[in-house]
Structures are given as C-alpha cells and as structure tokens.
Design a protein around this ligand. Structure first.
Ligand SMILES: CC(C)(COP(=O)(O)OP(=O)(O)OC[C@H]1O[C@@H](n2cnc3c(N)ncnc32)[C@H](O)[C@@H]1OP(=O)(O)O)[C@@H](O)C(=O)NCCC(=O)NCCS
Length: 327
C-alpha cells in the first residue's frame, strides 16, 4: 500500500485591519444610538477588551490578501506555488465571484482551484478539512486556507447584545503535501434544526435586500450548545487521531467568549496554560478566529515543531468541527 500523504502546515499569517476599537469606544458609539453598555459588562460576560473594524474601503478579500501574503512569506513560497485556495467567510465581497477568486486575483496567481466555504464560525475548520482531503487524495500539493471576515458590515448597532461581540480580521495557513504528519484527523458536523439561534437571514432578490441583513442571536442558547459540542468534538477528534486529551499540547477553540473557553476547559480538564485565547484582543472574528489565534501562538513561539494542536470551530448553521494536527 502506498504511504499516506499528509497535509503539513508550513506557514501561517494574520491580519487585523485599522487600529483597535476599545470597549469604551463601543460605549460611545452605542450612546449615539441611545443604548447603554459598559467596559465592565463586556469584559465580565465575554472577556472581550477590544476588536478591529475594517475601513470603509476594505473588503474581506483585502484582509485575506494581507494574511495570505504573511503566511506565504513564512512558508517561503511564491503565490504561484499555490494550486488550491479554500476561503471560509460569511461576509463575502459580493454574491459572486467567490472571495477566494478575488483573493487569487489580488495574489496574482494565474491559475488554481479556488472556492469559498460557508460554515460561519466553523468555516476555517471546514475549509482546512476540505483542503486536507484535496492534498490526501493527491489533487493538490500546496493549499492556501483562509478564514476572513468583515462582520462589522452585518452588525446591528442598535442591538447591544450582539454588536459588542464581533470584529473583523483574517488568518491563513499554507498546507503542503508531506510524508510526515501533518493533519491527523478531523470531523465536521451540522445540525440545522438550530438555525434560528444564530443567523443573518437577509437575501438579495429582485434588486432589493429582502429580510434583515443583520446578525441575530439567542446568546444563551448559542452559549449552551457551543459548550456541549466543543466538549464532544474535542473528545471525538482527539480519539480519531489516536491520542488522548492529555497528549494535546495546545487547544485552539473558536474565539467567541472567554466564559465558553473556560467552561469547556474545565469539562475537558485542560489547564489554561494549554489554551490559546485571543478573544480578548480580537473579539469574535468568526471564520478568522481560529487561524488568527493559531498565527499569534506560532509567531510568539508557544507552538513548536513536533507538538500536537487541536483546532475547533462552532457557529451558525448550527455547525461545528475539529482538527487534530502535529506541527
Ligand atoms: C451574549 C452573551 C454575552 C450575553 O450574556 P448573558 O449573561 O447571557 O446575558 P443575557 O442575555 O442574559 O442578558 C443579561 C442582561 O444584560 C443586558 N445586556 C445585553 N447586552 C448588553 C450590553 N452590551 N451591555 C450591557 N448590558 C447588556 C441584557 O439586556 C440583559 O438585561 P436584563 O436582565 O435587564 O434583561 C452570552 O449569552 C454569550 O456570550 N453567548 C454566546 C454568544 C456567542 O459566543 N456567539 C457566537 C458563537 S459563534
């Protein structure tokens, strides 16, 4: 039997637009709409201290472009080495072409496969699993996998329970075919019966936006389900990788809320020292949150070659999934 082909992570990059927007800046902004919030409330309930918002002239593919360049540079590769782009977003530049194709153009890659994946805050984990399968089956050699969002464009600034939670950003990784691991295991799930607890229902039809173009959420229902599935998918995917939870060096769950991370960590008996948490600085950047956190920890030297990492997504759909990998 031929040796298995693995996907090795050979580079990562991140990009946060503009300058940080503090909780106090959000207090001011909401006051203009006649709403009250406070730095204390946001910190206590979510752990969020600041977020970044794209400037008016920046689109999701612009953010993706900067993150991708950083990832390719770290990998020591020219953009034209890429033969597959999988880009996760729920805030695409336009209905079509895909944001992945727009990114391909910005990177001046002449020809490769390029498409978007839409799984909201699980998007990056879905995109990474998809790219891994292309590499495992020999259909791609070098994949650029990106999570990029401009959630600031779909936030309702008259809804204080959601608009303080999200931010914009992009993260990217480069995967290369290798005979050494690599991505070890992944598993993806969706349970659409929970669509109503987190959605942005608006659509373009007959030249108009029909339905609300803003994110709506039942925060407590999302909280409960997120904790449940982050726990179950961590156990399952670590098992599929032939490991146990204690053998995982770093846990990088979707960065939605510090309290969710703490509760899952407690249930899995993971010490905080093995949990990467960037939600305080980035807020919830949806599909960008996991690759951004991964890149921060890789660049600050916490992630080291040979270590094992668990990446986890959870979000609208309702969707969730996880990947175990060896660096
Ligand atoms: C959204 C979330 C932070 C709200 O926290 P909570 O403890 O559940 O708070 P509640 O919704 O019960 O609201 C408590 C009170 O705070 C108020 N409140 C909501 N947002 C507020 C804000 N930004 N500032 C001040 N008060 C706020 C509510 O109006 C409510 O007031 P009331 O008691 O007078 O009615 C929390 O539910 C959460 O984090 N859920 C998960 C969200 C998430 O991660 N989504 C993305 C997943 S991919």
């Amino acid at each position: 039997m031929a040796n298995r082909i693995y996907s090795a992570v050979v580079g990562s990059g991140g990009y946060l637009p503009g300058s940080p927007v503090s909780n106090n800046a959000m207090v001011e902004r909401l006051r203009d709409s006649g709403l009250e919030t406070s730095d204390e409330w946001i910190r206590e309930r979510t752990g969020i201290e600041q977020r970044y918002f794209a400037t008016d002239d920046q689109t999701t593919s612009d953010l993706a472009y900067h993150a991708s360049l950083a990832a390719l540079e770290q990998a020591g590769l020219e953009p034209n080495a890429v033969d597959l782009i999988v880009l996760a977003t729920s805030t695409p530049d336009m209905v079509f072409p895909s944001t992945a194709c727009r990114l391909q153009h910005k990177l001046a890659i002449r020809q490769c496969a390029a498409f978007d994946v839409q799984a909201v805050c699980s998007g990056f984990v879905y995109a990474l699993a998809t790219a891994d399968l292309f590499i495992q089956t020999g259909q791609a050699q070098t994949a650029l996998v990106v999570g990029a969002e401009t959630f600031s464009r779909i936030l309702d600034y008259t809804d204080r329970s959601t608009c303080v939670l999200f931010g914009d950003g992009a993260g990217a990784v480069v995967l290369k075919a290798s005979d050494k691991p690599g991505i070890l295991a992944h598993k993806l799930y969706a349970r659409a019966e929970h669509e109503a607890i987190l959605n942005t229902p608006g659509q373009l039809a007959h030249g108009r936006v029909c339905g609300s173009p803003f994110l709506t959420m039942d925060g407590q229902a999302v909280f409960r389900l997120a904790v449940e599935v982050l726990e179950s998918s961590a156990r399952e995917v670590v098992g599929l990788a032939g490991l146990d939870l204690q053998a995982i060096d770093w846990f990088i769950p979707h960065q939605a809320n510090r309290r969710i991370l703490a509760m899952v960590g407690k249930r899995l008996q993971i010490p905080e020292s093995r949990l990467i948490a960037t939600v305080g600085q980035h807020a919830n950047t949806s599909a960008a949150s996991v690759p951004l956190a991964f890149d921060v920890a890789r660049r600050d030297g916490r992630l080291q070659a040979g270590q094992t990492v668990l990446l986890q997504g959870v979000g609208g759909g309702f969707t969730w999934g996880a990947e175990a990998l060896r660096l």
